[in-house]
Design a protein around this ligand. Structure first.
Ligand SMILES: [Zn+2]
Length: 358
C-alpha cells in the first residue's frame, strides 16, 4: 500500500530543495542517500546524474529528472484540497519531482513488503529542461537494463506518451556593418533590419496538427545612435512528419538566401541542430505492455496521447533502451499555475509499485 502522507512529505522535501538546471548537486546527494537507504548501490556518474541499482541483472530502468525550470527558487509548496500548489511567484517543480517522489515511494513499498521481485536500475538525470543534456551525457556503460519507464509525462499515470516529435533548433547569425546612425547611416548595414526581413519570411506558431515553429530569441544592437552590426535570431521547430520537417528546412534556407541576395554585403550564417528524433509507439513494445499490464492491475485504463515535447525517453531510445513515458500527476508544467493532483500522484506511485512487484 502506498503511504500517501509519506509520499506528500517526500514531495515537500524535494520541492524545497532548489534544483534549477545546472544546480542539481544538493538534490542528487539527497536522492543517493535515499536509494542507499533502500539497499541500492547508488552514486553519481561523471556528469552528475544519479544512477542506482539493486540486484544483479536489472530488467527495468526507472527514470525521472532532478532539475526544474525558473522561477524555481525558494518554492513553498502547500496542500490545497486534493492539489499540491505553490505560491504564485514560482513554479511548483512537480515536473519532475512528482516523478522522482513516485519512484521512491513505489520502491520503498515494494522493498518494505518484501515484494520487489526483480532487479532494477534508477536514473535521476540533470539538465533535462535545457535540452535533455543530462540524458545525453549519461554514462551508459553503467546502465544494464534494456527497458525504461520514464516518469515525466503530463497528467495521470495512465497517460502514456504515444509519440514525440523531432525537435530542431536553429541559430541565424547576422553580421552587417556598423556606422554612425546620424552622421553616416549610408555606410552601415543594419543587422536588425536583416533579421526582421528573414523573420517575416518565416512561418510562426502551429503549422499543422503535427508541426510547430517558433522564433524564441532575438538579440542585436546596443545603442540607438549606431547602425547595429550584429544580430542573432534563435528558433526551433518540431514535427512528427519527416516531410513537414524537410519543408521547414527548405523554407528557412529560402528565406535566408533571399535576404542574402538583397543584402549581399552582409554575412548571414545559419546553423541547425537536431535535438532529438521523433518516435511513436505501437503498444507492443515490452516496456509499454509492462505498463499496460500494471495499469490494469491497479484498475486504470491506459490512454495513448501524443506529446509535443521531448523527454529523456527520446535519448534513452537513441541508446538502445526501449522507453515508455507515463504521466506523473503534474499539470500546467513550466508555469506558476503548476499543480500536482494528489489522487493522481498516489496512482503514479501505485503504478510504480505494481511494475516492481508484478
Ligand atoms: Zn519534465
Amino acid at each position: 500500500m502506498i503511504n500517501k502522507s509519506r509520499l506528500i512529505e517526500t514531495m515537500f522535501e524535494l520541492i524545497r530543495i532548489d534544483s534549477p538546471s545546472g544546480e542539481e548537486q544538493q538534490i542528487a546527494g539527497v536522492l543517493i542517500d535515499k536509494l542507499k537507504g533502500f539497499g541500492f548501490n547508488a552514486g553519481l556518474d561523471d556528469y552528475g546524474n544519479v544512477i542506482g541499482r539493486i540486484g544483479e541483472y536489472p530488467e527495468i530502468l526507472l527514470s525521472a529528472h532532478m532539475d526544474t525550470v525558473e522561477p524555481g527558487r525558494n518554492i513553498e509548496p502547500r496542500v490545497d484540497g486534493d492539489l499540491l500548489v505553490s505560491n504564485d511567484d514560482t513554479i511548483l517543480g512537480g515536473d519532475c519531482k512528482a516523478g522522482v517522489a513516485s519512484i521512491l515511494e513505489g520502491l520503498q513499498v515494494a522493498i518494505e513488503t518484501g515484494r520487489l521481485n526483480r532487479s532494477v536500475e534508477v536514473a535521476f538525470t540533470r539538465q533535462e529542461e535545457i535540452g535533455l543534456v543530462g540524458a545525453k551525457n549519461l554514462d551508459y556503460s553503467k546502465i544494464l537494463a534494456k527497458e525504461a519507464i520514464v516518469f515525466d509525462g503530463e497528467g495521470p499515470a495512465s497517460r502514456i506518451t504515444s509519440s514525440s516529435p523531432t525537435h530542431v533548433r536553429f541559430d541565424i547569425d547576422i553580421t552587417g556593418r556598423a556606422a554612425h546612425a546620424g552622421a553616416a547611416p549610408e555606410n552601415g548595414i543594419s543587422a536588425i533590419r536583416i533579421a526582421s526581413e528573414i523573420i517575416t519570411r518565416l512561418p510562426q506558431g502551429r503549422l499543422d496538427k503535427d508541426t510547430t515553429f517558433n522564433i524564441g530569441v532575438i538579440k542585436g544592437g546596443s545603442v540607438t545612435n549606431a547602425v547595429p552590426e550584429k544580430t542573432i535570431v534563435k528558433g526551433e521547430f518540431r514535427s512528427h512528419s519527416a516531410e513537414a520537417l524537410d519543408n521547414i528546412k527548405l523554407s528557412i534556407d529560402n528565406a535566408v538566401n533571399q535576404v542574402r541576395d538583397k543584402f549581399n554585403e552582409a554575412k548571414i550564417d545559419l546553423l541547425t541542430e537536431t535535438q532529438f528524433d521523433a518516435y511513436s509507439i505501437t503498444g507492443e513494445e515490452p516496456p509499454v505492455s509492462r505498463v499496460i499490464r500494471s495499469l490494469a492491475s491497479i484498475g486504470a485504463e491506459p490512454v495513448m496521447a501524443p506529446s509535443g515535447g521531448g523527454t529523456d525517453g527520446n535519448i534513452l531510445r537513441q541508446h538502445g533502451i526501449e522507453s515508455v513515458v507515463v504521466g506523473m500527476a503534474d499539470h500546467n508544467a513550466h508555469t506558476v499555475r503548476e499543480y500536482v493532483s494528489l489522487t493522481e500522484l498516489v496512482e503514479v506511485a501505485n503504478l510504480c509499485e505494481a511494475i516492481l512487484t508484478e
